[in-house]
Ligand binder design. Structure first.
Ligand code: NAP
Length: 280
C-alpha cells in the first residue's frame, strides 16, 4: 500500500507554528509585510495574487499589492523593486512571473534584495542557496518538497535521490536542498539516457519536468518515495508528472496532484515572510 503524502496536513502544521511566531513578532511591534508585484492584468496572476493576499490576512500579516502597467520599462520596474528593497516596512517581495516579453526576466529578478526575495528568484538568493548558506531563501516549491519529507519523517541523509528537471525554479534548487540534507543526488533532464533506470535506483524521486504522466511503473520500485511537482492540464484536468495509478501499490509513499506539494508551497512563502521579518 502506497502512503499518500498529502500536502494539507503539512501546511496546517506549518501555519500553526507561524501563527505563534507572528504573535511573538506583534508583541515586539512588528507585523510581517509582503509586497506582491504584479505587472498587467493577467487573470492567472490576479488569482494567484488574491490567494497570497488571503494567506497574509489569515496569518494576520500585512500585504501590499504593487500593480504596474504592462508597458512599464524594465528600468522603471527595477527602480520600483529597489524602492521596495529600501523600504524598511516591507519584509519580503513576491514578483509575479512571467514578466512581459520586452524585459530581461533574469536581470529584473537580480534586482531583488536576497533578504527580501522570498521565492528565491534572483542570483543573490540563488547564489546563497548554492553556496550552502542556511539563511538563503530557496524557491518556495523546492523548499515545499523538503517540508513534505520532513513532516512525514522521511530522512534524506544517506539516501539516493533523483530529480527529474533542472530548472532554476524547482529542479536545481531541490537537488541542492537534498544535497545539503546529505542525500546523494542525480539530476536528470531531457538528455538523460535511460532515465527510467536512473530513477528506479533512487530512494527518493522528485518529478519536476512538467510532462504529464512521464513517471510510470518503469521509474519506481518497492520502498521508493515519490514527490510529484508537475502541474499539467490534460483535457482540462489537473495532473502531475507521475501516473499515480502506475506506481500505486509499488512505491512506499507518493504525493498526489492535486493535493500534494502544491498545497505546501503557499505555506512556505508565508514561512519565508515571517523569517524575513524575524531577521529584520
Ligand atoms: P521548465 O522550466 O519547463 O523545466 C522543465 C525541466 O524538465 C527541464 O529541465 C527539462 O529538461 C526537463 N524535462 C522536460 N521533459 C523531460 C523529459 N521528458 N524527460 C526528462 N526531463 C524532462 O519547468 P519548471 O518551471 O521547472 O516546472 C516543472 C513543473 O513543475 C511544471 O509542471 C510546473 O508547472 C511545476 N511547478 C509546480 C509548482 C508548485 O507549486 N507545485 C511550482 C513551480 C513549478 P531540459 O533542461 O533538458 O530541457
Amino acid at each position: 500500500m502506497t502512503q499518500k503524502l498529502l500536502g494539507a496536513p503539512v501546511a496546517e502544521a506549518m501555519l500553526a507554528d507561524l501563527t505563534r511566531r507572528v504573535a511573538a513578532l506583534k508583541e515586539k511591534g512588528v507585523t510581517p509585510k509582503l509586497a506582491v508585484i504584479r505587472i498587467g492584468e493577467k487573470p492567472g496572476d490576479m488569482a494567484y495574487e488574491r490567494s497570497v493576499l488571503r494567506d497574509c490576512e489569515n496569518l494576520a500579516c500585512a500585504a501590499e499589492s504593487v500593480v504596474l502597467p504592462e508597458e512599464l520599462t524594465q528600468e522603471a520596474l527595477i527602480a520600483r523593486i529597489q524602492a521596495l528593497n529600501a523600504d524598511e516596512t516591507v519584509h519580503g517581495c513576491l514578483l509575479l512571473r512571467p514578466l512581459p516579453k520586452h524585459m530581461d526576466a533574469a536581470l529584473v529578478c537580480d534586482a531583488l534584495a536576497p533578504g527580501k526575495d522570498l521565492d528565491g528568484m534572483g542570483r543573490g538568493a540563488l547564489g546563497a542557496l548554492f553556496a550552502g548558506r542556511k539563511d538563503a531563501f530557496a524557491p518556495c516549491t523546492a523548499q515545499a518538497c523538503m517540508e513534505l519529507l520532513r513532516h512525514y519523517g522521511i530522512e534524506p541523509a544517506g539516501k539516493r535521490a533523483a530529480v527529474v528537471g533542472r530548472s532554476l525554479v524547482i529542479g536545481r534548487p531541490v537537488a541542492q536542498l537534498l544535497l545539503q540534507a546529505d542525500a546523494t543526488v542525480t539530476l536528470c533532464h531531457s538528455r538523460t539516457p535511460d532515465i527510467a533506470a536512473v530513477c528506479r535506483e533512487a530512494d527518493i524521486l522528485i518529478a519536476a519536468a512538467g510532462q504529464a504522466g512521464l513517471v510510470d511503473e518503469r521509474f519506481t520500485r518497492a520502498g521508493q518515495v515519490v514527490l510529484d511537482v508537475g502541474v499539467n492540464r490534460v483535457d482540462g484536468k489537473l495532473c502531475g508528472d507521475v501516473r499515480y495509478e502506475a506506481i500505486d501499490g509499488v512505491a512506499a509513499a507518493a504525493s498526489p496532484v492535486p493535493g500534494g506539494v502544491g498545497k505546501v508551497t503557499p505555506a512556505v512563502l508565508m514561512a519565508h515572510l515571517v523569517e524575513a521579518a524575524e531577521r529584520a
